[in-house]
Design a protein around this ligand. Structure first.
Ligand SMILES: [Zn+2]
Length: 110
């Protein structure tokens, strides 16, 4: 599931030790945001997430990866049939993961 934690880190933009919001997709760190100035450090975790997900799902990994790339939301909604546990948590993970990919292209420095 996607998880938000808080950690005290040094922000490279405002240079202070301040609380950062840390977003995880499953076990992967996807995004860190400085709560003082709002600077966001995004990571594109899609490749890592797919590798991680492949270990968590046992059936037809290649076909599932293709479907996930093509249409992530539809893929997630089809999961209850193949993954009995916690489809909603998986969906929230996938949202974070896809957001991380968008982030890298559109946000960057600001
Ligand atoms: Zn900052």
């Amino acid at each position: 599931m996607s998880t938000v934690r808080h950690a005290e880190l040094t922000c490279s933009r405002c240079g202070t030790d301040t609380v950062h919001e840390v977003v995880y997709a499953g076990r992967l760190l996807a995004e860190v945001t400085c709560t003082a100035c709002g600077r966001t450090y995004g990571r594109d975790v899609r490749a890592d997430y797919l590798a991680d997900l492949r270990q968590r799902l046992v059936t037809k990994p290649k076909r599932m990866l293709r479907r996930l790339r093509k249409d992530p939301l539809r893929f997630a909604s089809s999961l209850p049939r193949t993954v009995p546990a916690k489809p909603l948590e998986l969906l929230s993970e996938i949202r974070v993961v896809w957001h991380s990919g968008k982030n890298r292209r559109t946000r960057g420095e600001h």
